[in-house]
Design a protein around this ligand. Sequence first.
Ligand SMILES: Nc1ncnc2c1ncn2[C@@H]1O[C@H](COP(=O)(O)OP(=O)(O)OP(=O)(O)O)[C@@H](O)[C@H]1O
Ligand SMILES: [Mg+2]
Length: 397
Amino acid sequence: MAFFRKTSEIFGLDIGSSGVKAVHVKESGGAYTLTSLGVAPLPPDVIADGSIKDPRTVVEAIRSAVSRAGLKGSSCAIAVCGRELIIKKVQIPEVPAREVGDVVQLEAEHHVPFAIDEVFLDYQSIGLHNGVLDLILVAVKKSKVLEYAAVVEDAGLSPTIVDVDSFALGNQFELNNPEDRGETVALIDIGASIMKTNVVRGGSTIFARDIPFGGNNYTQAIAQQLKIPFEQAEAAKLGRDVGVRWETVVPALEAVSRELSLEVQRTFDYFASTAESERIGKIVLAGGCAQLPGLSDYLSSNWGIPVELTKPFQRIEVDPAYLDEVHAAGPALAVAVGLALRRPGDKQKRSGSTSRPNGLAGGAPGSSSACRRSTSAGCSASSTSPYCSGSEGTGGC
Ligand SMILES: Nc1ncnc2c1ncn2[C@@H]1O[C@H](COP(=O)(O)OP(=O)(O)OP(=O)(O)O)[C@@H](O)[C@H]1O
Ligand SMILES: [Mg+2]
């Protein structure tokens, strides 16, 4: 997790598997304004399984999103998710602040299922009790960060901050919902291919996990059921007129929603099995797939708790030029907004962190909002998540 600290005028660059979103949010005296927004689609399979298969197409999409946004600066905050990302609560004996980094480095070897010199490490102190220091450990494969940083750099930009999707999601939620601090809320971003969950309470993450499930599952099910190409199935899912009646699509949608609900249930069961005995008060959905008609009602009736859509611009004034786009994309912009709110050094400022994370490719010291939002973790070494490489959970605690 790393930084090149050049300027505070950075923008959020969300490189999703279905498209790139570039967002700039200006902050002045505690008021926020969306000043730039650009989105560029990506064809399916250019990013698959969280890995970039066709870097040149991603570079073009980044350039296109940035150009559509009219952004002139080069400094941006990006995020990674899914595979090869581990976030975990660890405990170490209390040591002087200057020694914490070295102890974490040693401790990480017990928790990270990769060679320690293959990962970037970051950490955050979250509590001290009876001589024991609670920390949130974030580890991500260097190759993953470098893969994403490379396409950003090839597009002529500087990846100033590398964050984690689920924490960027939490970041925007925290800004937009300051009144929700007492309740335990499950934030779920359902993108095209990865579902990111982040359970927050009082502005801190208490559990997070990524699941390889998303809008593509719906599209594939429609394509399979109706024996039509993926592109036509995608358009039909979005309600576009492509010669497919909506009623014929509904059975596939319902079947996949049941699967999605089961995936969410597994994650919540896993959450419940961790040290946390929190009751989740509500679910807030983000990501493009959250807009699927009836999905929030279905999940709400399944779970017996309120399910609502996130409003990434609730407390961000939107330049009138972007109102239509913001209205259309809505919750799909949540991660990009969360990234756009990041500023170099904000983690240290807000939390008084003693962290001393690794640099990225020999760059300046690293940091991420990931830890800042975390207070405890749930990922265990025995997790069976498909993203856990048979050993650890990823994308979350
Ligand atoms: N109105 C809508 N109804 C249903 N699905 C939608 C709607 N709008 C977008 N989607 C779906 O949302 C998905 C894209 O969402 P999003 O932009 O959040 O994904 P992404 O960030 O590119 O993917 P990921 O984060 O998984 O890499 C696609 O599967 C798309 O079909
Ligand atoms: Mg996404």
